[in-house]
Ligand binder design. Structure first.
Ligand code: NAP
Length: 291
């Protein structure tokens, strides 16, 4: 029997309705609509598309949203000055600086310049530290999206062996942190799992992946996850988003569908969840800032 689908589009649609209704409650109570400011520097087509999708999702959920488009020639000082302006603007609760930035701008300096209270991507070192300590101010969007996708399909992580392929600061590392932590009142999304993290220096990747009750692929390598790597019945979450000859595909080989119990498709799996968790964090930021 082929695997069941972890339908990110469907879960994201449900969560966006939940967020929209909480936003509506706040505005009815006379509070400011949660505001997200997106900053896009340059003309990268993928970044333009990501920002467009995020902007539309915000509008649909009733969030106040603005996109600041700057030319690729913008200096680091000019970008930092815009970030400072947004930090000081009470109508802005979340700031998203779309990465990658042009090469002449130091990304780390820009990430550090965003006020931690408005850092809805959860990239600022203060927020990464809080997450690592088990006291998150925000959850990073893609890892939180993966956990919600599992949870809302009835797949528990507690006590399971989860193998994460990839250790980047955006996906693999924060996801492993969230998965291994003990849930508490202030850290409810923590996974309580046994976690193995694999990367390019991992030996016997196939054997390591075979241990997984839940296998999460975040390598950015098309078809790196093959059926023999998957324990029959395991859940496979494919974070990979690769463009091969103009077509989007994940890190998982198509034939994994015949071995796994659950599979998240690409597109339509983790992608819509990531955007949804950005809306979630903007609402969280508004609650933390405005009450
Ligand atoms: P990244 O920064 O390039 O990191 C990739 C990670 O995978 C690295 O840790 C790397 O190991 C590991 N890796 C690469 N090739 C491997 C191999 N052959 N065997 C084992 N490990 C390998 O990428 P990222 O930003 O984490 O993104 C990963 C993928 O997720 C990309 O396709 C990206 O487009 C996608 N993504 C999707 C979403 C979404 O919302 N759907 C969000 C973010 C990212 P080393 O550390 O040893 O180099």
């Amino acid at each position: 029997m082929p695997a069941q689908r972890l339908d990110g589009k469907a879960v994201a649609a449900t969560m966006r309705l939940e967020i929209a209704s909480r936003v509506a409650e706040r505005t009815l109570a006379g509070k400011r609509a949660p505001g997200l400011a997106a900053v896009l520097v340059g003309e990268d087509p993928a970044s333009q598309q990501y920002v467009k999708n995020k902007h539309k999702a915000c509008q649909d959920a009733g969030l106040a949203t603005a996109v600041h488009r700057l030319p690729a020639t913008t200096s680091q000082a000019e970008l930092l000055s815009l970030v400072a302006q947004l930090n000081a603007d009470p109508s802005v609760h979340g700031i998203l600086v779309q990465l990658p930035l042009p090469k002449h701008i130091e990304e780390a300096a820009v990430i550090r310049a965003v006020s931690p209270a408005k850092d809805v991507d959860c990239f600022h070192p203060e927020n990464v530290g809080l997450l690592a300590a088990g006291h998150p101010r925000f959850y990073p969007c893609t890892p939180h999206g993966v956990l919600q996708l599992l949870r809302r399909n009835g797949i528990a992580t507690a006590g399971k062996h989860v193998v994460v392929v990839g250790r980047s600061n955006i996906v693999g590392k924060p996801l492993a942190l969230m998965l291994m932590q003990k849930p508490t009142a202030t850290n409810p999304a923590a996974g309580d799992a046994t976690v193995t993290v694999a990367h390019t220096r991992t030996q016997n990747l196939t054997e390591v992946c075979q241990l997984a009750d839940i296998l999460i692929a975040a390598a950015g390598v098309p078809a790196i996850i093959t059926p023999e790597m998957v324990k029959p019945g395991a859940a496979v979450v494919d974070v990979g988003t690769n463009n091969v000859a103009g077509k989007w595909c994940g890190d998982m080989h198509e034939s994994v569908w015949s071995v796994a119990g659950w599979v998240s498709p690409v597109p339509g799996g983790v992608g819509p969840m990531t955007i949804t968790m950005l809306l979630y964090n903007t609402l969280e930021a508004a609650k933390q800032i405005d009450g």
